[in-house]
Write a protein that binds this ligand. Structure first.
Ligand code: AMP
Length: 528
């Protein structure tokens, strides 16, 4: 256990350290190579974007956006926001001192808003003008009360102020500073933004893009759930919505997992139709009325969701709700003909590709632009957080973000969980690709040192890992250290070896020694 130091990584974040990072690299290299064989190119979008992008794409009502984003306000907005918060959170004033502070806050807020309008940071529109007028009115009222109170030694009727204070609070609360940015909670929104920004619809369609990188969500940390976590994801944008595309995207994820030998993989699929009355909307209306009938038996979350997002009730993991949910109507029976045909074709295409799946009618997504294919993949050894990949079709998203109507489908793999699952199942025997031989150079003497430096350079150029100790030490000590570091070989270079031109290579596992000339040594190690 590490000792407690003054600074520690923030809760929900962690350092990835060697040797574990070798496994991360192996996973990422495998993603690069498998995705390349499917014709995908890498995109590296920025880690922060305007908050509004995520509010639109992920949905302002979702937990991710409403509760879990790391959001910043840039520049002097900080102070504006602070005054706004102060004024909009004050609802009662109890004495003259408070009244004094409150009056100052109002006038700061008023001045800041005026300045921001002048600098173009806030719009010069009706809403802002009304806000300014309301704050101004409260300021005058409060100012007068203050004068009155001072004259009469604190005898003001504070109750009378409440209505004015409330008006100012409402006005202050309506100021919406524009320049908010958020650390990305996911990357699909960024990829779609980039697709639009770079006119990628002019390029051959579809565009097949993948990304690897950190995401940020302020969730409650637990095993497999972090506040900074990594996703490996891909999106297919543009072109047609042929079922073969859905199936190929799923096949690609499964091929990647296969290549990594990820154990206990389960793929579940579903179709959620599209947002039309003769399809998903009709089903959701029916679901809602069925849920109303059993409302009393459901928990508070599900009860709320009957109103806000009935589909999400199907996600519930609550034990006592399961038997109720199982009896609800299945979406597959209410899809329109086109969506039914599409779903049947996706399943056929998966079979053609030898991809095993299970249908799960409860696999849903809460947002309107999600449509047809949805899928989720779980892996072994992860406890309750066992989803390693989620994906689906989202044909309306690019348009929602201001681009042309564009077909889209994608997925995101939780890399942290993928790694956890690999570690749990394969432990120390994890194959992390080819490891180069590791040579420790045990040198003694000034002549030997010059040769050691040159030898290190040549061996490294040949791809061999070399540890060249920076200071001289006796051979015995050097060999001890070589073993401790896990070297396979010690190259012994003393003045004798250098004079003779033959070098001694000791295999540390069995203590055997072999003599080599320099070129032969290189040949020998390269074959290892
Ligand atoms: P989502 O973007 O929510 O569909 O998540 C896609 C995948 O990312 C999930 O299946 C998880 O494997 C992973 N994931 C999501 N949130 C977290 C988190 N807080 N920590 C670790 N992995 C996560």
């Amino acid at each position: 256990m590490a000792s407690k130091s003054k600074f520690q990584a923030i809760r929900g974040t962690r350092d990835l350290l060697p040797p574990e990072t070798a496994l991360w690299n192996h996973v990422e290299e495998t993603a690069h190579s498998v995705f390349a064989t499917f014709g995908f190119g890498e995109i590296r979008p920025p880690i922060f974007e305007p908050t509004e992008l995520f509010a639109r794409a992920v949905g302002g009502e979702t937990d991710i956006v409403s509760k879990e984003m790391y959001t910043f306000v840039v520049g002097d907005f900080d102070r504006l926001i602070a005054w706004r918060e102060f004024v909009s959170n004050t609802n009662k004033i109890r004495d003259l001192d408070e009244l004094d502070i409150y009056e100052r806050s109002l006038s700061y807020l008023h001045r800041f808003v005026q300045e921001f309008v002048k600098n173009g940071h806030l719009p010069d529109d009706d809403q802002i003008r009304t806000t300014l007028a309301a704050v101004q009115k409260t300021m005058s009222f409060v100012g007068a009360a203050l004068i009155e109170g001072r004259r009469s030694n604190g005898l003001v009727n504070l109750d009378e102020l409440d209505r004015e204070v409330e008006n100012a609070a409402i006005a202050a609360g309506s100021i919406r500073p524009g320049e908010q940015i958020s650390l990305r909670p996911e990357a699909t929104a960024s990829v779609c933004r980039a697709y639009i920004e770079h006119n990628m619809q002019q390029l051959p369609q579809p565009q097949k893009l993948y990304y690897i990188g950190p995401m940020f969500r302020r969730e409650r940390p637990q095993k497999g759930r972090y506040r900074q976590f990594y996703q490996i994801g891909a999106e297919v944008l543009g072109g047609v919505d042929a079922p073969a595309i859905d199936a190929e995207v799923i096949e690609m994820v499964m091929t990647f997992f296969d290549r990594l030998k990820l154990p206990g993989i389960h793929l579940e699929i579903n179709s959620i139709g599209h947002a039309a009355d003769n399809c998903r909307r009709g089903y959701v209306a029916l679901l809602k009325s069925e849920l109303e009938k059993v409302k009393d038996k459901l928990g508070a979350d599900s009860q709320r969701r009957i109103e806000t997002n009935p589909l999400r009730v199907l996600d519930s993991k609550l034990e006592h709700e399961q038997s109720i949910i199982e009896k609800l109507p299945h979406i597959a029976d209410y899809l329109c003909d086109d969506c039914k045909t599409h779903y049947a074709a996706v399943k056929r295409e998966l079979e053609l590709r030898g991809v095993f799946y299970k249908e799960n009618w409860r696999l849903v997504r809460g947002l309107d632009y999600y449509m047809r294919t949805t899928f989720e993949i779980t892996a072994q050894g992860l406890g309750s957080q066992n989803a390693v990949c989620g994906g689906g079709r989202y044909d309306g998203l690019v348009e929602l973000l201001g681009g042309p109507p564009t077909k889209g489908i994608g997925f995101a793999i939780g890399e942290d969980r993928l790694i956890l699952s690999l570690q749990e199942s394969q432990g120390a025997s994890l194959a992390t690709g080819h490891r180069p031989p590791f040579v420790y150079i045990a040198w003694m003497g000034a002549n030997a040192y010059a040769t050691a430096v040159r030898a290190a350079k040549d061996l490294r150029a040949a791809g061999i890992r070399v540890e060249l100790p920076p200071t001289e030490s006796k051979f015995g000590k050097a060999l001890e250290r070589a073993s401790k570091l896990g070297a396979q070989y010690a190259l012994i270079l003393g003045d004798n070896e250098v004079a003779e031109g033959t070098w001694t290579l000791k295999t540390l596992a069995d203590g055997t020694q072999q003599k080599f000339t320099e070129p032969h040594l290189l040949d020998f190690l390269k074959k290892m």
